[in-house]
Design a protein around this ligand. Structure first.
Ligand code: FAD
Length: 578
């Protein structure tokens, strides 16, 4: 395709029409202006605002952001004055005539329907909250959170209708962020989540600390149960959320946060290719199947950067990057979208959870579909900075990597401080195709307040590299059930007395060398301690003495989450210390 739109329709004045004026649309428009002073750029936005901060909406609900105006990143006036971009609010694009290169627009205020010609059309229509046809879903008091008016309604429900009890349906990041903010407003919250865990992008054991933290903050969890219906009491005062297992949760309001679906109807009706996941299909230059039409943001399906699968990743950074790339390509710059790896972060009360790349469960799902990647995982629990400097907080980290070459496949972390910094570093490493050996060598900034001379990212790389090199192979709690395993606890006796794995032998690290003759030569020795550090030293000593020893990754700290599943149920013969 000839992209030289500058010289096309009207020489020197290409017409770029953009549908949707938030993350993807607004960034595309602004970038297009920086690439061309001549282009005519018009944004059509169905809603009453352009370029608003939807990521800030939960915090407006919670009164952290108190002035609604602070959510407006830009106004039509600013777009006009600063960028010479026209914004038409309350203007819904209803259809696309690809042959004539025209769109049909309806002005929501006047009802007028008109057509506009384009040289390039960008669809940045986003994604709409999922509202399944569950009985009672349209009852008053059931909200979604996507727009400023949505957040205003929720605020009114709290302030004017004195809502005190809420059920949040869905434990993803919008559900969790809104939960925290409802609690901040004095509302007691129950989360109903169909999966057996909150925060679906991370693996179940990594969600356990979040679940415990939610519970500690007074949030009730109903996991592994879906909503069967909503009911209203005869006087219309309260709602009940009825679950498939027969649970009934009475409340004053419901937030539906069960995911979003690409707004692809406009594209579908125009005959553009739609992927199997329901998103608009684009190439790596954000072209749709029509070379004059681009699509960006939550509305599109993208290639997962790590495994090449088509995926949906409704994330603000992705939408912004894609908008920028579409503008570049439209205006004849070479630009290529690299794909998405799913780098996310979410704060719930005092805990931050972040992840990038593949989770173990997504790798296992691929395995079920016959596309097996051979991977290994390691866990660690470093402080977010050195222990001698006051205020160090532990981070629980998980690193997943290919056993063949050590390529990093994914990472997850949970903790109070420094979580997102580590995941950001690993996200960049994944994007550059780095291996665990690169993490070992990564030069990261260090002073006592910020990290350690061996940053948690370095340590993760070292543990993984030690495993791959065969210096310190890792085992996991699932391996302990093998009758062949000799389980060795190298903690101090007082730690052992507080709780240990049934059948484990206790030989503290400091006396291991003197008692090495007690070790079996014909069995694999699985060594554990609190977090995996002393057991690493022990496993090295044993291996150098000719024993077959493995280090149970993450130590007994991991045991409840790994063996107890979604909640940290503790087997009755085991009392791991907290
Ligand atoms: P949107 O921002 O949804 O914008 C699409 C716009 O298109 C809408 O305003 C819509 O009115 C308009 N539109 C649709 N159809 C038409 C039509 N036919 N004609 C005219 N206009 C139309 N992401 C993160 O990465 N981090 C976060 O912390 C985060 N927090 C979030 C919190 C909330 C409450 C929500 C709702 C989202 C959050 N997201 C977050 C997701 C992020 O906001 C989206 O990924 C991003 O906004 C997608 O941008 P977009 O331009 O594709 O779509």
């Amino acid at each position: 395709m000839d992209n030289k739109l500058e010289e096309k329709r009207q020489p020197g004045k290409p017409r770029i029409l953009i549908v949707g004026g938030v993350a993807g649309g607004a960034s595309c428009a602004a970038r297009a202006r920086r690439m061309s002073e001549k282009a005519e750029i018009i944004i059509f936005e169905r809603g009453p605002y352009v370029s608003f901060a939807n990521c800030g909406l939960p915090y407006y609900v919670g009164d952290v952001i108190t002035d609604e105006k602070d959510l407006l990143i830009a106004t039509p006036e600013l777009f006009k004055k600063r960028f010479n971009i026209e914004v038409r609010l309350r203007s819904e694009v209803r259809s696309i005539d690809r042959d004539k290169r025209e769109i049909e627009v309806r002005n929501g205020e006047t009802g007028k329907v008109y057509r506009e010609k384009y040289d390039a059309l960008v669809l940045a229509t986003g994604a709409a909250p999922v509202r399944p046809p569950i009985p009672g879903i349209d009852l008053p008091g059931i909200f979604s959170l996507r727009t400023i008016p949505d957040s205003r309604q929720i605020r009114e429900q709290i302030a004017d209708r004195k809502a005190k009890r809420a059920v949040v349906v869905g434990g993803g990041f919008i559900g969790l962020e809104t939960t925290e903010n409802l609690v901040r407003r004095g509302v007691s919250v129950t989360i109903v989540e169909m999966l057996p865990q909150v925060m679906p992008p991370v693996d179940p054991e990594m969600a356990v600390p979040i679940q415990e933290h939610l519970t500690a903050n007074g949030v009730s969890l109903c996991l592994g149960d879906g909503v069967a219906g909503f009911e209203q009491d005869p006087k219309g005062n309260t709602l009940s959320v009825v679950t498939k297992s027969g649970g009934r949760y009475v409340c004053d309001m419901v937030l539906l946060a069960i995911g979003v679906r690409p707004e692809a109807a406009l594209a579908r009706e125009a005959g553009l290719d739609i992927g199997q996941l329901g998103g608009i299909r684009v190439d790596d230059q954000m072209h749709t199947s029509d070379q004059r039409i681009w699509a960006v943001g939550d509305a599109v399906e993208v290639r997962n950067f790590v495994n090449g699968d088509w995926s949906l990743f409704p994330l603000a950074g992705v939408a912004n990057r894609q908008g920028r790339i579409a503008a570049d390509v439209i205006l004849d710059r070479k630009a290529t979208f690299r794909g998405v790896q799913g780098t996310i972060v979410c704060k719930v009360f005092n805990v931050t959870v972040a992840a990038t790349g593949m989770s173990e469960k997504s790798l296992d799902r691929r395995k079920l579909n016959g596309r097996e990647e051979h991977y290994e995982k390691i866990y660690l629990h470093p402080g977010h900075h050195v222990g001698y400097y006051p205020g160090a907080k532990p981070i629980t980290m998980k690193l997943i990597f290919a056993t063949e070459d050590g390529k990093i496949l994914g990472a997850q972390a949970v903790g109070e401080e420094g979580v997102e910094k580590r995941i950001d570093v690993i996200a960049m490493a994944i994007q550059k195709g780095a291996t665990v050996f690169d993490l070992e060598e990564a030069e990261l900034c260090y002073a006592p307040q910020f990290g350690a001379a061996k940053d948690p990212v370095n340590i993760a790389g070292m543990i993984a590299a030690n495993a791959l090199r065969g210096d310190a192979p890792v085992a996991h709690w699932v391996d302990v059930s093998s009758p062949q395993a000799y389980v060795l606890d190298v903690r101090e006796p007082q730690e052992f007395r507080l709780g240990h794995i049934k059948g484990a032998y206790n030989i503290p690290l400091h006396s291991l060398r003197d008692r090495v003759s007690e070790m079996p030569c014909d069995r694999e020795i699985l060594v554990y301690c609190a977090v995996g550090q002393r057991s690493y030293y022990a496993s090295r000593a044993l291996r150098l003495n000719g024993f077959s020893a493995k280090n149970i990754s993450g130590g007994i700290t991991n045991y409840p989450a790994e063996s107890g599943g979604p909640t940290s149920k503790k087997p009755k013969d085991t009392l791991p210390p907290r």
